[in-house]
Design a protein around this ligand. Structure first.
Ligand code: EPZ
Length: 423
């Protein structure tokens, strides 16, 4: 297994280029199953979740040609199978998108119940509600979900909870349905807009993505025949913004969309950081200890839950006592136990954490419990005094492309070390 060995403290300085968005890519790839044709997808992040998505699509009959490590040509004219390989999908949260795309294309889908980060219960009742509203019969048994429909018929769907995945799945299932579908109380994340833009480029008719009411006029077929570039990753950009603040550094974050990060910018200004927005880049600098803050995670455009651990690493060393309220996931504070091994003073209880700021963290062996916790601990290792060994970095590799190289180019003393497997 790999680990990262980090020596700190370092002030991060320089430029970093943001990759394509993981949470857009893992939806756009299954969305290609709706296309009876060939298309090209550019700016794919070179991460294990994308590789896994491509393996699943090939198992279903798609033909994929890698143009570069960030660009593919995909031919989905001959989808021969509607049963996604259970051993693959059960490890991979975003595999639920195969439900919407396979039932939209073939009228039947069989997918393993999704795995993914351990953030607590990850129900899919809203996904099922949307598919049933469109006329599908959905069964959940033996660890898999089967959805069948002779023909999906457009309808109105009111989401009981704002859900990124359920909103995207409803869009996927509605694109080729008979008639018009309206999704109310839809999620508004940038990656939802990106999936809608991709599908519209391929011939779909989706309006209102990015607002809480999305309207989809069903079309007969998507023919593809063109290319699409994945949107820059809002969460990766936010991760580097917070790394600049934590390390009292100065980073120009290139290839990002500043307005996707307005909430992070506001919080950074609040705790004493400096932010300069440009057309497709943001400069973040910090020359003092951050002030305390109150953070509450909310659906977009609120503070993203996927940046909650990262700001936890910032507030762990802030002046005063901060609080974080995690309103999306029931268990997203495991990283605080790891930060406490580095000298942080954080008390996490249920969906809230109290962070009593300390002057300095000290390096220690720590374990990534999920993708964003791993990013938070990497930042902590960079600002801590001494050596940090960060284990379970396969979590980080799921969602961050060339993470140690990007941080090394900003001055971090960080090495990837491959440890022999215990057994
Ligand atoms: C997506 O997960 C992201 N994953 C997550 O990012 C992110 O944390 C989350 O959205 C919120 O922004 C991908 O896009 C692959 P939700 P998703 O449905 O779609 C409840 C990362 O680090 N809910 O928006 O699974 C759910 O329990 C990952 O990149 C239901 O109750 O999240 C949660 O409390 C981690 N029923 C809330 O809604 C449902 O049917 C939001 O979940 C669906 C969700």
């Amino acid at each position: 297994m790999d680990k990262l060995v980090i020596h700190g403290p370092t002030k991060l300085k320089g430029e970093v280029t943001i990759s394509g968005a993981k949470n857009a890519a893992v939806a756009i790839l299954p969305a290609t199953l709706l296309i009876n044709g060939i298309c090209r997808i550019e700016n794919l992040p070179n991460i294990s979740d994308v590789k896994m998505s491509c393996k699943i699509l090939e198992a279903l009959g798609a033909k994929i040609t890698w143009i570069t490590e960030n660009e593919i040509e995909i031919d989905t004219r001959d989808i021969c199978c509607t049963q996604a390989p259970l051993e693959m999908t059960s490890k991979f949260r975003a595999s639920y998108y195969l439900l919407g795309s396979l039932i939209g294309r073939c009228g039947i889908a069989e997918v393993g119940l999704p795995g993914g980060c351990n953030l607590g219960a990850r129900p899919i009742d809203q996904h099922i509600k949307a598919l049933e509203a469109l006329g599908a019969k959905v069964d959940v048994a033996q660890g898999k979900i089967t959805a069948k429909a002779k023909k999906l018929v457009g309808t109105s769907i009111y989401m009981d909870i704002v859900s990124v995945g359920a909103t995207i799945n409803a869009i996927l299932a509605a694109v080729l349905a008979d008639g018009t579908t309206t999704i109310d109380n839809a999620a508004k994340e940038p990656h939802i807009v990106d999936v809608a833009n991709f599908l519209n480029t391929m011939g779909a008719d989706i309006r209102g993505a990015g607002t809480d009411v999305i309207k989809i006029n069903g079309v007969k077929e998507l023919r593809g025949g063109t290319s699409y570039s994945v949107v820059p990753d809002q969460i990766e950009a936010g991760t580097f913004m917070l790394a600049a603040v934590a390390s009292k550094g100065n980073i120009l974050i290139k290839n990002c969309i500043p307005e996707h990060l307005d909430c992070i910018t506001a919080k950074i200004l609040e705790i004493g950081g400096n932010v300069e927005n440009y057309d497709d880049s943001i400069r973040v600098s910090m020359n003092k200890r951050p002030s305390k803050a109150i953070v509450k995670t909310l659906p977009y455009p609120g503070f993203p839950t996927d940046l909650q651990p990262q700001i936890g690493s910032v507030l762990a060393i802030a002046e005063g006592t901060s609080t974080i309220h995690e309103s999306i996931w029931e268990s997203r504070f495991q990283y605080t136990f790891e930060l406490n091994k580095m000298g942080a003073k954080i008390t996490a209880q249920g969906k809230s954490a109290v962070l009593e700021g300390v002057k300095l963290l000290t390096g220690a062996p720590v374990y990534a419990t999920d993708l964003r916790a791993g990013a938070a601990l990497l930042i902590a290792g960079i600002i801590a005094n001494g050596e940090t060994q960060l284990y379970n970095i396969e979590h980080i590799d799921r969602g961050y492309e060339n993470i140690e190289e990007k941080f090394r180019n900003l001055g971090a003393n960080i090495q990837r070390v491959t440890e022999p497997d215990e057994n």
